[in-house]
Design a protein around this ligand. Structure first.
Ligand SMILES: Nc1ncnc2c1ncn2[C@@H]1O[C@H](COP(=O)(O)OP(=O)(O)OP(=O)(O)O)[C@@H](O)[C@H]1O
Ligand SMILES: [Mg+2]
Length: 457
């Protein structure tokens, strides 16, 4: 029987993976190979991997993202450098190995030596794993969740993010609500050279028009009635980092021109000040509305659109990648299980089938909420479709008419806009929409809109 601990992660190309398979064929090792560092991170975070092997050749180090962060992500994963004898002489490579690697292997591989190095590394890794789990180590880095999914659409997105992270141009991230636009922005930041700097996010649709200017650009003391102190805007406080402008389609017209000016010369002027301040910040923007349509209807400036739309990333809706649903559900199930004591063991078969068939208008956010709720509601050992609040339908047509999408989006937009117009006051927003407060709350929950502060439980 295959020993489950005898596996490793390989970062390299297919060619090297084939040669390792051949060299280790008599030694019962299993491995996964990827050339994508974000994919590697996902694998490292989703299950314990005792050993990582990283192919170091000059071109790999120069052309790829800097892998340092990845190599220190999980303390019990030990890294072995794989390289040619020539590369081993390079100063840069030697520094890298000294900092991050437990051992190294030279090419061409000697099977016996490779097995020996892997075996001894495995022993040390197991010791470290028990050591770390007893809490004697510095805790693991505080990480955001990884981007889960093995579908073609997610792989394409991750490859795209890797490339985008290497340059400094603005990015427009598009995708339906709850598909991971903010997560994508976070990954771009984490994989860029700006990762040591701040990552700040601001939702352009959630703030009243009067406030957003000073939130973005800051203000001087006395700039307007009530401005008792000077305030640094979020652009300035993102200096040397990344600013994520969420729902940029909701930015009021008069501020679009200010933002455009900033993107053109990277200077800002605080409200009430004549002084121009130079700020080094990368801007990422996201929208779930069609900006081209907004331009046609006169709600979005075309010049600003071209400024922010230099690079693009699209987060695919969940219904376009049903093969990722189970992995996502299990990932969040495990995550919540470590947070709470829960006797639920997992999902029953029917719930997995039902989840695959569901249309997921609220995408990953909706899925996370349903899993969390199901873990509380479940009375058996396995979660059922009822616990998830999903209807059991065997022959559901997956690609339903887009009318439902349009209706859902319009409903969600109306709710978010009314809340923003009414400073997040539920009763006023409900009156504004001509509905009862109970109906507003039903819509808030249905569309996974954050609950307004005045009524948060
Ligand atoms: N591929 C994924 N793997 C793991 N978690 C994900 C993935 N995609 C989204 N999530 C999670 O789903 C939730 C919603 O994602 P996020 O906030 O990034 O979506 P969004 O597109 O910005 O939504 P909105 O348009 O409503 O602001 C977050 O908790 C995020 O971590
Ligand atoms: Mg978002």
């Amino acid at each position: 029987m295959m020993d489950k601990s005898r596996h490793f992660l390989m970062i390299g190309d297919q060619h090297i993976a084939d040669s390792i398979t051949l060299s280790l064929e008599h030694y019962a090792w299993q491995f996964q190979c990827t050339s994508c560092l974000i994919e590697a991170e996902r694998l490292l975070l989703s299950s314990p991997i005792p050993i990582g092997i990283i192919l170091l050749d000059s071109s790999h180090i120069k052309s790829s993202l800097e892998p340092e962060r990845l190599l220190s992500l999980v303390p019990s994963t030990l890294w072995i450098a794989l390289l040619s004898v020539d590369t081993l002489q390079e100063h840069q490579t030697r520094t890298f190995i000294a900092r991050h690697c437990h051992a190294c292997l030279t090419l061409p591989l000697n099977p016996e030596e490779a097995n020996h190095v892997l075996e001894s590394t495995l022993i040390i890794s197991e010791i470290l794993a028990t050591h770390f789990s007893t809490g004697q180590s510095p805790s693991a880095p505080n990480r955001q969740v990884a981007m889960i999914g093995k579908s073609h659409a997610i792989e394409k997105l991750l490859k795209n993010i890797e490339k985008i992270a290497l340059v400094d141009a603005p990015v427009l991230i598009t995708g339906e609500s709850g598909t991971g636009k903010e997560l994508a922005a976070r990954l771009i930041h984490d994989y860029s050279t700006r990762r040591g700097g701040p990552f700040n996010a601001i939702n352009c649709g959630a703030l009243p028009a009067g406030l957003i200017q000073s939130e973005l650009f800051g203000h001087e003391k006395g700039a307007f009635t009530g401005a008792e102190k000077c305030k640094t805007g979020i652009i300035e406080s993102s200096s040397r980092g990344t600013l994520f402008l969420d729902e940029i389609g909701d930015l009021p017209m008069e501020l679009q021109v200010n933002l455009l000016r900033f993107l053109e010369d990277h200077h800002i002027q605080r409200l009430g000040s004549l002084r121009e301040v130079s700020v080094d910040v990368r801007v990422l923007a996201a929208t779930h509305i069609d900006l081209e349509h907004a331009i046609e209807s006169g709600n979005f400036r075309e010049d600003l659109y071209h400024r922010i739309n230099v690079l693009q990333a699209r987060t695919p809706p969940l219904r376009e990648r049903p093969e990722d649903i189970e992995a996502l559900a299990l990932y969040y199930f495990k995550k919540f299980r470590t947070e709470t004591s829960c006797r639920v063991r997992g999902f029953n078969h029917e719930s997995l089938v039902t989840m695959r068939q569901h249309h997921w208008p609220g995408n990953v956010r909706d899925l996370i909420n349903r899993v969390r709720r199901a873990m509380v509601m479940c009375e058996e050992r396995l979660i059922t479709p009822d616990d998830l609040g999903l209807e059991r339908r065997r022959n559901i047509v997956r690609a339903r008419s887009s009318l439902e999408d349009v209706r859902n989006r319009a409903e969600r937009d109306a709710v978010t806009a009314a809340l923003a117009r009414n400073s997040n006051h539920a009763l006023h927003a409900a009156q504004d929409l001509g509905i009862s407060r109970a109906t507003l709350y039903r819509l808030i929950d249905k569309h996974c809109v954050p609950r307004p502060l005045d009524n948060r439980a």
